[in-house]
Design a protein around this ligand. Structure first.
Ligand code: ATP
Ligand code: MG
Length: 338
């Protein structure tokens, strides 16, 4: 029997919409396919497959991807850990896509609660009945109905999706307690349910991939050991020179020689700057996008573009001057003084 998708509500995480409303999805699907039948397979194929544009796969990327897949196969969720902007999220989403199951994802942060993971009662419907069937007797009845809405972890456990839990170590450990029994006993417990419905048997196709920033990992909220013991940490660093050049080219269409220069400069700066200021692959892409739009540039333009992208993490003017001097020095080393 074909499962049908039950439209529920606008999915909102802490007050922010994270998906189209169901009406928007439905009317888009109907417009595109002129059919009104909405099977879950269609919704999954349409909305729950990550779109990763220009994924670049070099030997290094493939090896890393295979490691993530290997641990999924063995049965331990991989936890991809690496510095800011090295490609963790893209890698996790690509692996999720290749697992061949629909993907749901969540971003960890300070405010994340178990409800954000499992779901909760999102709507309350109050119904009042005033019955004057017998003219001098008034029957009043108030009924309140709650609608439960699944959030990503529950969806993944129920339907066998791949959950990408991004920025895992930013969430407070207590929000993640619910994951213990999911990983260990393959049971998801919904604490606000009663009876049998309280426990969901985790679907055999369920998988989860975690990502965390290595700088934050040991810092603010170290995940509980009981959870860390049940996953495998896969440490990654920025990709090698050639991979970064290919990524930058794939995203911006910039020439090989220009891409090489940008990657060279950024990698040199990475070595010279302290940890929180190290520019990632995203910065390289942004610089190349800026350069592409410029249609010819002077030395000053070049410096300006680099500084605009690299100055984002600076608080004080003094630091800005210091960084600007460093950028100028590295630029003239790479591009020459012309
Ligand atoms: N294999 C890849 N192919 C194509 N683009 C990639 C690849 N890896 C990373 N990128 C690009 O590099 C940039 C940074 O990647 P990503 O966002 O995955 O890094 P991250 O480590 O998750 O960053 P953050 O620490 O900020 O969360 C993105 O623009 C992404 O599109
Ligand atoms: Mg990321």
């Amino acid at each position: 029997m074909r499962r049908r998708y039950e439209p529920t509500h606008t999915r909102v995480v802490r007050g922010k919409r994270i998906h189209d409303t169901m009406e928007e999805k439905l009317s888009r699907l109907e417009r595109e396919t002129s059919s009104t039948e909405l099977s879950i397979e269609r919704v999954e194929a349409e909305f729950l497959v990550p779109t990763i544009e220009n994924f670049v796969e070099t030997e290094q990327v493939r090896r890393l991807k295979d490691r993530v897949k290997l641990w999924i196969k063995v049965g331990y969720p991989p936890h991809v850990v690496g510095p800011t902007g090295c490609g963790k999220t893209t890698l996790a989403l690509q692996v999720a896509k290749e697992m061949g199951r629909p993907t749901v994802w969540i971003n960890g942060d300070e405010q994340l609660t178990t409800t954000d993971l499992i779901g909760g009662y999102s709507e309350m419907e109050a119904e009042s009945v005033r019955d004057r069937f017998i003219h001098n007797v008034m029957l009043a009845k108030d009924r309140t109905k709650f609608t439960w809405v699944d959030n990503p972890l529950t969806l993944a456990c129920k339907y066998g999706y791949t959950l990408v839990y991004n920025e895992f170590s930013r969430a407070k450990p207590e929000a993640n307690n619910v994951l213990l029994s999911v990983l260990e006993e393959r049971i998801l417990e919904l604490p606000t349910f009663f009876g049998e419905e309280r426990y969901i048997k985790v679907h055999p196709d369920f998988n989860v991939i975690f990502t965390s920033n290595s700088i934050e990992y040991a810092g603010v909220h170290r995940p509980q050991d009981a959870l860390l013991d049940r996953m495998v940490d896969i440490y990654m660093d920025y990709y090698d020179f050639d991979t970064e050049v290919k990524i930058v080219q794939a995203h911006t269409g910039i020439s090989l020689s220009e891409a090489k220069n940008v990657v060279k400069v950024v990698r040199t700066l990475r070595e010279k700057l302290p940890e929180p200021h190290k520019p990632g692959t995203r910065a390289e892409i942004m610089i190349c996008q800026g350069l592409r739009v410029m249609d010819g540039y002077s030395k000053e333009d070049l410096e300006q573009i680099y500084m605009d992208v690299l100055a984002t993490k600076i608080g004080e003017p003094k630091e800005l001057f210091k960084k600007s001097d460093l950028v100028k020095a590295v630029l003239s080393e790479t591009y020459g003084d012309a």
